[in-house]
Design a protein around this ligand. Structure first.
Ligand code: TYM
Length: 345
């Protein structure tokens, strides 16, 4: 039996709540790691954390069912392999807690079409999947708001690309609170100082993305050392031949961002370190810094893959934990909007 009692006491003791999630679509990239996962690790001692594998969001794009199931499990294992302790952090599947979908419906009725129409991610995805512009894709940000508000999250660590979704979450929560009183905590985004916007290695104007068709554009978390170094050596840069952190050199700037996020150095220290050296040396050093950071994660991931029963146990008990907190908020919201109470014998 898991320690529900202990968990509740910590919440009552006043530790703040953190919520974040990732989609189980595609293979996680270095962008996901540096923009989100790395910060999750840093913050996990300070907060009561809920880290969800957001599989409900994933079906806004057509998925192969067996593949989605596999990817979702792999992603859950990756959270743990990255160093998140599943006994302390609530790591679970979004689809195992029905409160996400239930709250999402209610919040849909407090969100305006005009607000959703402005979402840039919706516009991008609609353009990319013109044959499947479904209502779920349109209301995707409302489900994201439900994820966050369901746990009364104080903080949401994400990369820069999710900022607009955080803003709409805050707007929806404030609107609801203005009508019904102090129901939801208004969440703050947490954007890391480094790594919040990692760009494609082949086109530094674009973000590094799981769904990029060119495998050389992204570093995948399971890439081996040779592949990582090779991809960095092929990264698109410029002909200036000097390692400088400037807007005019977006490719080099992106590599400096990656190097700094992996080593903890500043851009100025990096410029000094590579002063007078060529791009070849610099690219190799960036690649090596990434290999160093990913190696322990990859080793742990392999080990976890062998322990099915352990992972199954985590999935079960964390779904119960998440469900407990989700229900607390959901009941409150249902009551506020006027749904009749269930008769409990
Ligand atoms: P997703 O799965 O696209 O990305 C997961 C996290 O990785 C960050 N990220 C990046 N950060 C820096 N550079 C990049 N190139 C890069 N690419 C991705 C994202 O900002 C994100 O933090 N809608 C969300 C998932 C979600 C969620 C939530 C997040 C659903 N509900 C509630 C927070 C709270 C998404 O699709 O992320």
């Amino acid at each position: 039996m898991w320690a529900m009692q202990e968990w509740r006491i910590t919440m009552i003791d006043g530790q703040k709540v953190l919520f974040s999630g990732m989609q189980a679509t595609g293979t996680l990239t270095l962008g996901n790691y540096l923009g989100a996962l790395k910060n999750w690790l840093t913050l996990s001692d300070e907060y009561q954390c809920f880290y969800s594998v957001v599989d409900l969001h994933s079906i806004t794009i057509r998925q192969d069912p067996a593949e989605l199931r596999k990817r979702a499990r792999n992603l859950l294992m990756l959270y743990i392999a990255a160093g998140l302790d599943p006994e302390k952090n609530c790591i679970y599947y979004q689809s195992h807690v029905s409160g996400h979908a239930e709250l999402s419906w209610i919040l849909n009725c407090f969100t305006y079409m005009g607000e959703l129409n402005r979402m840039t991610q919706y516009k991008d995805k609609a353009a990319k999947h013109a044959d499947n512009i479904n209502a779920g894709l349109f209301t995707y940000p409302v489900l994201m708001a439900a994820d966050i508000l369901l746990y009364q999250a104080d903080v949401v660590p994400v990369g820069k690309d999710q900022m607009q979704h955080l803003e709409i979450t805050r707007d929806i929560a404030q609107r609801f609170n203005a009508i019904y009183g102090d129901v939801f905590t208004i969440p703050e985004p947490y954007i890391g100082k480094t790594g919040a916007h990692i760009k494609s290695l082949q086109n530094p104007e674009k973000k590094m993305s799981k769904s990029d068709e060119n495998p050389n554009a992204s570093i995948y978390l399971m890439d081996d050392a040779d592949t990582i170094i090779r991809k960095f050596r092929r990264a698109v840069t410029d002909s200036e031949a000097c390692v400088r952190y400037s807007e005019e050199q977006p490719g080099i700037r992106n590599l400096i961002d990656i190097y700094c996020a992996c080593t903890g150095k500043t851009p100025q220290e990096t410029e000094r370190e590579f002063d007078g050296k060529g791009y070849g040396d610099f690219k190799t050093a960036v690649g090596e810094s990434v290999v160093d950071i990913l190696k322990p994660l990859q080793t742990r991931y392999e080990e976890l893959g062998k322990d099915r029963a352990y992972i199954d146990g985590i999935i079960k008990k964390n779904a119960e934990k998440a469900g407990y907190y989700a229900n607390k908020t959901l009941r409150k919201v249902q009551k506020k909007v006027g749904f009749p109470e269930k008769i409990r014998s």
